[in-house]
Design a protein around this ligand. Structure first.
Ligand code: UDP
Ligand code: MG
Length: 309
């Protein structure tokens, strides 16, 4: 178990000032293994790719896969998995929020038999209350809705065995929420813990709406319960309506002299029902949109250039 190849996949999008500090910390950690580092340049418009190319001339184990444009973090990870040759494959962010030093512990757990080793954050530095709050809420919600338990406080910093990579590469669907699919597979899992530092330089690429969309993608691809929810809404409304009818009929029989004014009641009912109908149509639309995307079957990314690959 000592003779193995370790692949490290690093998605980069405009990280020109982070690549060098990252390599300075990563290389001493992994040089005791046979390794390859695969940078996936997700359409950077700065000097990120140029710097990696230059480094790759001196060290052939540093490889680069470039996209034509920005296809997104998850696509960059997928491309990395499709290219990696390693027996164990680590994915790590380029901004040093994920400490490379704990890769050693991940490899140890893998050698002890785990096929998936997650790096779990037990503390976050430099992320505001809002980001932490929304993240907690998201994991609560997705675990309530989905039948696959998705581990809390676990991002895309993980080590997976070759077998897991094979499974991911052979999926028929287009993964938009890789961490869910990794959890879904059920391979033996272990954890190592770390403190998530603040970003070295630059700003996060995940603003509020990108986070929200990512969260919705995750929920939609791991649960059909929202569709069920729509049916429940309908059932509740119909029952209330039915009770209303009985009430009116009884009133007509026993108290014929009392007549109806209440236009506000009607107004509220119309708004309420209208709202619920719109939500329901929206939920159905989301799923149809997902089906549409799968049917179109467009490539997930387009590769402009490969270096050392
Ligand atoms: N990233 C990418 N494509 C994107 C956005 C981000 O490849 O469209 C990379 C980015 O360079 C970094 C990692 O994905 O290495 C995580 O991104 P970021 O740090 O912005 O996300 P956060 O840590 O705030 O969730
Ligand atoms: Mg980051």
């Amino acid at each position: 178990m000592d003779n193995f190849l370790l692949s490290v996949i690093i998605p980069v999008y405009n990280e020109q000032d982070n690549v060098k500090p990252l390599l300075d910390r990563l290389l001493p950690v992994i040089k005791k293994y046979q390794y390859e580092i695969i940078f996936v340049d997700d359409g950077s418009t700065d000097k990120t790719a140029a710097f990696i190319k230059k480094t790759g001339q001196k060290n052939l184990q540093i490889k680069l896969l470039s996209f034509y444009r920005n296809f997104g973090h998850q696509m960059a990870l997928s491309a990395g998995y499709e290219t990696a040759r390693g027996d164990a494959v680590v994915t790590i962010d380029a901004d040093l929020q994920d400490p490379p030093e704990i890769i050693v512990k991940m490899v140890e757990k893998w050698q002890m038999g785990a096929k998936i080793v997650y790096a779990k954050r037990n503390e976050r530095q430099g992320e505001d209350f809002f980001k932490i709050g929304t993240a907690t809420l998201f994991y609560k919600l997705i675990n309530f809705l989905s039948d696959t338990p998705i581990p809390n406080e676990v991002g895309d910093f993980r080590l997976v065995d070759k077998k897991v990579v094979e499974y991911l590469n052979n999926l028929k669907e287009k993964p938009s929420f890789l961490r869910g699919l990794v959890a879904w597979s059920g391979f033996p899992t272990d954890y190592v813990y770390f403190r998530r530092d603040r970003r070295l330089t630059g700003k996060t690429h995940y603003g509020f709406f990108k986070m929200l969309n990512f969260a919705l993608d995750g929920i939609m691809s791991f649960s059909t319960k929202p569709l069920r929810l729509a049916s429940y809404f309908g059932f509740i409304c119909a029952s209330l309506g039915f009770l209303g009818i009985i009430y009116e009929v009884l009133k007509k029989i026993f108290y014929p002299e009392s007549f109806v004014t209440g236009w506000i009641g009607i107004f509220v009912a119309v708004m309420f029902l209208g709202g619920i109908q719109l939500i329901t149509i929206g939920i159905i639309g989301e799923y149809i949109g997902k089906i549409y995307k799968e049917v179109q079957n467009r490539p997930r990314y387009l590769i402009r250039e490969k270096i050392n690959l």
